[in-house]
Structures are given as structure tokens and as C-alpha cells.
Design a protein around this ligand. Structure first.
Ligand code: FAD
Length: 501
């Protein structure tokens, strides 16, 4: 393989991941003199669900130089402070996984150790009352985080947006920066007989497109990475048994909530995602435990507003490609893998795939060390999200239906077993630098799933009991005051992007 630079990048697929990739690559490589082509087929279409995100999406947009208000107006977006989880540990339970802290560290010790100390003294209270984003979200409030060290800076935010509008928004951005789009269906992929690298793709009209680097954004089918390169897939459905979803939009019945709601049901869970102009809904379920008809019926029965379209069914296999980067092909988005959208992580994984690719951008020799490192980082990202999702299912007390009995008692990955044992024993969270969901998110899910540590940090005993009460309840009161002083979500939407929601 020659050491010459990459001259042509071919992206196959124009869903959210295709256009996120095109926009990110065009922005970063704008002076690199690389031709970027994107091929998509309107006839095949896109998945078109996926409306909830995590705060990282803001950095993606910021790096592109996108104006937030403009983006929100054009994608009917709302703000999101976290995810409300109903019925996950026990039926009737409710908590918010906030994009921010629960309480604040006191004398360098995490808040939950003091909370546990009081709880063990018979003074339990809901720890989520000490989280500003959780309290604000439940009250329908929103404000931009402050840029200081106050409690008003203790959170971040993400968006809900219309999945069918974000890709076209980025398309305009990418085309303005030189990305050449071709409408057409890829019908053949030619590999080099010696190296097995992809040389050309052929469209239905006979056009052949050659490239140095191919990025597969073709969705679940994995046109290049799987159908052509036979990379293989790691199936994780024994840990995350949901394999189908039925999705439907409904009319809004009130001002949009600044949080995603995910309600655990008998054979899976239901999402509710508020946009400016409508609400996205869906039931993610395991076909081992419920029929498609029953799932559809359950979804429709639990909707708040009137249906705006017929429910649509989707199928998936939870897991990831054995290699995200194989030869001269990188799989991004659904072509690379899929983890159920419980914590809104798919677009985050798209974003990370693009970021690492640009950081380790190859020349046409495709050095094996770069490729291996890329695959190691992507594996790590997937595995960390996977463990976090499994925690929701495994860390439950529910025993009312076969799905929950299965997930509660199933064997879990060693990496998660270690994390849970550490928290159960001493309230500690396994620390890591790379990968989604840092300490505060793990705290939230452990506490929300009623996984209380046996002992708290001995450092929390440095304060007297009375001092502990004052400090802990002082933070709780401060959170209540700050949340009460915030404007409503609807007010901020109207002011920021002219929404009439
Ligand atoms: C039920 C469900 C709920 C989800 N919820 C969320 C969520 O809340 N948050 C989140 O972040 N993500 C969510 N996701 C994931 C999200 O939808 C996807 O990650 C995102 O839409 C990216 O999809 P994609 O672009 O990889 O694939 P697709 O949208 O499937 O796009 C594939 C593209 O490839 C093109 N293509 C395919 N074959 C060919 C061919 N032969 N020739 C030419 N073009 C071709 C298609 O035309 C299309 O343009 C959800 C997914 C599902 C299934």
C-alpha cells in the first residue's frame, strides 16, 4: 500500500450518520484538498427515529459552528435536562437521570456518602431532590447553565429534535462546504483481488465511484462493512434482549417537557420525546416476551395525545460489528452497531466514530496500528454504554413478568459485575476517562435503581451528624430555590428560538 494521502472519501448513506459524517469531515478537512462524495438512495430512505440526544451533541454542533437557535428552529428541537425513568426498580418508582450532579461534593467527598450516612441513621430522603437538573426538569423549568462555580453550573443539557430534519439541516451545511451528493442505489461493491480493499461502488444507473476511504453509513444492512467485507457481528441480545420497536408520533397535550421519559413495561419500555410541534413515542420490546400486535396495542393504549400517523415497526439486533474499521472501510451509525435508545446514545456513538476517525486520519496505506487503535476505542465506547444499559435491566427488583425475571437473574459481563460490586460494597464508581457516562450518571442509576451501598466513605464521618444534616439539607434547599427561580421551558424556547410550543 502506498504512503500517498487520501484523495477521495466516499460516504454511503444519507441518514443522520451519513450527513453528520459528511459535515464533520468537510469541516475538519476543509483545507486538505480531499474530495468528499456522499451517495444515498431516497427510494431506500432512512430509519428516521432517534430524537433524543445527550449533551455531547452540543459540542458536535459547536465544532461545526452551527448557531443553536437556528438549528433548534429548523429541527423543532426542545431542551433536555435528563431522562425520567418510571417503573424501573419497582412499579411506581420514578427518578430522573439528570445531566448533572446529585448534590455537591462536601469537603471533597461525594454527596451520596452523606446521603447514605443520613439514610442509615433513619433519615432517608429522595437524593434526586438535591439535583438541580432533576428538580428543574420535573417542574418544567429550564435555564442555560451558569459559567461560574455555583450550583447553577452543575449541569449540562441536550436536545430532542426531529430526526427527519437534522440530516437535511446538515446536508445543507456539508454541500455548502463542497460535499458532492449523488442520488442512487448502490448495487455492487468491487474489492481488490489481492488486498480485499474496496475499490469501487457501482450505482444502479451504471456509474462507478472509486475512492480511497469508504465510510459505511448505510444503516442496519451494513452494505460495505458486512455485505461486502463480511466483517461479522457481535450479538449482545443475551444481555439486552429487546430486539424490536414500534414507533408513532402524537399531538402535544401541553407544553413540552424538558426531559425524555422512558417507562418500563411488561416486555420492554416506552419512550416519550417532546418536540416543539409533536411528541415522539415508541415501545422497545423483546419479541421473546411479547407479540408485535400486543406491543402495538400496549403502545397505543399508553399514549397521551392523539396519533398523528400509523405506528411503524422496526427490528434490530443489539450489538456491534467485530471491527468498526475493516481494511479501507469505517462503519458509522447503525452500520457499525446498535444499542437500544434507552439512554439516547446512538448519535453520541456516531459522533465519537467521526471524532476518532478524524483524530487518527489515515493515509492510503491504512497503517494497521491506527486501525487497531481506532477499533479499540470504539469497542470501549460500545462496551461502556452496553454495561450502563444492562445496569437498568439487571439492577431491578421487578419480578412481575418474564422479561424482568430474565434480566434480573441473568449473567452479566464481568466488567459490569465488577462495577456493581464496588458500588454495593463501598459506594465507589469505577473511574474512566474515555467513554460515555461518567461518575455522576452511574450514581444516578445506582440510586434510582435502589442499589444502596453497604457502607459510606469513612471521610463522611469527619462532619458531625448535625453538620451533615445542615450541609446536605442546605444543598437540597438551594436546589429548590434555584429551580423555582428558573423560567419555564416553554418561555426559554419562545425567547431563544421563537417557538410557539
Ligand atoms: C427504535 C429506534 C429508536 C431510536 N432512538 C434514538 C434516540 O432516541 N436517540 C439516538 O441518538 N438515536 C436513536 N436511534 C438511532 C438513530 O435512529 C440512528 O442512529 C440514526 O438515525 C442514524 O441512522 P443511520 O444514518 O446510521 O442509518 P439510516 O437512517 O438507516 O440511513 C441509512 C442510509 O443509507 C442509505 N442506503 C442504504 N442502502 C443503500 C444503497 N444500497 N444505496 C444507496 N444508499 C443506501 C439509505 O438511503 C439511508 O440514506 C434509534 C433507533 C431506533 C431503531
Amino acid at each position: 500500500m502506498s504512503k500517498r494521502p487520501i484523495e477521495t472519501i466516499v460516504i454511503v448513506g444519507g441518514g443522520t450518520s451519513g450527513w453528520m459524517t459528511a459535515a464533520g469531515v468537510a469541516r475538519t478537512l476543509q483545507h486538505a484538498n480531499i474530495a468528499i462524495r456522499l451517495v444515498e438512495s431516497e427510494e431506500i430512505g432512512i430509519v428516521g427515529v432517534g430524537e433524543a440526544t445527550v449533551p455531547h451533541i452540543r459540542y458536535f454542533n459547536e465544532r461545526l459552528g452551527i448557531d443553536e437557535a437556528d438549528f433548534m428552529r429548523k429541527t423543532n428541537a426542545t431542551f433536555k435536562l435528563g431522562i425520567q425513568l418510571l417503573n424501573w426498580a419497582r412499579r411506581g418508582d420514578s427518578y430522573i437521570h439528570p445531566f448533572g450532579e446529585i448534590g455537591r461534593r462536601i469537603n471533597g467527598v461525594d454527596f451520596h456518602h452523606y446521603w447514605l450516612r443520613l439514610a442509615q441513621n433513619g433519615e432517608a430522603f429522595n437524593p434526586f431532590e438535591a439535583s438541580l437538573p432533576a428538580v428543574a426538569a420535573e417542574a418544567g423549568k429550564f435555564d442555560f447553565p451558569k459559567q461560574d462555580a455555583s450550583i447553577g453550573s452543575s449541569y449540562g443539557y441536550a436536545y430532542h429534535f426531529d430526526a427527519t430534519l437534522y440530516a437535511p439541516y446538515l446536508r445543507a451545511y456539508a454541500e455548502a462546504r463542497g460535499v458532492r451528493r449523488t442520488e442512487g442505489k448502490v448495487v455492487d461493491v468491487a474489492l481488490n483481488g489481492e488486498t480485499g480493499f474496496i475499490e469501487t461502488i457501482t450505482l444502479q444507473n451504471g456509474e462507478r465511484i472509486a475512492g480511497d476511504l469508504f465510510i459505511d453509513c448505510s444503516g442496519f444492512r451494513g452494505l460495505l462493512i458486512e455485505q461486502a467485507l463480511k466483517t461479522g457481528y457481535e450479538d449482545w441480545s443475551h444481555w439486552l434482549p429487546c430486539d424490536r420497536a414500534v414507533a408513532a408520533p402524537t399531538e402535544s397535550v401541553g407544553p413540552p417537557h424538558p426531559y425524555t421519559r422512558v417507562t418500563a413495561r411488561e416486555a420492554g419500555w416506552q419512550w416519550r420525546i417532546p418536540l416543539q410541534h409533536r411528541v415522539g413515542n415508541g415501545y422497545v420490546y423483546s419479541s421473546r416476551f411479547i407479540s408485535d400486535d400486543q406491543a402495538r396495542e400496549d403502545l397505543v393504549r399508553h399514549l397521551d395525545g392523539a396519533l398523528m400517523a400509523e405506528p411503524r415497526q422496526l427490528r434490530f439486533v443489539t450489538g456491534k460489528r467485530r471491527l468498526s474499521w475493516n481494511k479501507n472501510c469505517v462503519a458509522v451509525g447503525l452500520a457499525g452497531g446498535f444499542l437500544e435508545p434507552l439512554e439516547s446514545t446512538s448519535l453520541y456513538l456516531v459522533q465519537q466514530a467521526i471524532t476518532y476517525l478524524l483524530e487518527m486520519f489515515p493515509d492510503a496505506s491504512f497503517d494497521a496500528a491506527d486501525v487497531d487503535e481506532y477499533n479499540r476505542m470504539i469497542d470501549l465506547e460500545y462496551e461502556r454504554v452496553r454495561d450502563f444499559l444492562i445496569l437498568h435491566y439487571h439492577g431491578t427488583e421487578r419480578d412481575d413478568s418474564p422479561l424482568w425475571n430474565y434480566t434480573r437473574t441473568m449473567a452479566i459481563p464481568e466488567s459490569l459485575a465488577h462495577k456493581m460490586a464496588l458500588f454495593r460494597d463501598a459506594g465507589q464508581v469505577v473511574q474512566y476517562r474515555y467513554g460515555m457516562f461518567l461518575e455522576r450518571s452511574w450514581h444516578a442509576i445506582y440510586l434510582g435503581q435502589r442499589i444502596a451501598p453497604q457502607r459510606y466513605s469513612p471521610l463522611a464521618d469527619k462532619l458531625s451528624l448535625e453538620e451533615t444534616r445542615r450541609a446536605v439539607h442546605g444543598i437540597r434547599a438551594l436546589v429548590a430555590r434555584e429551580a423555582a427561580a428558573m423560567p419555564t421551558h416553554a418561555e426559554v424556547l419562545a425567547r431563544h428560538c421563537g417557538s410557539a410550543a
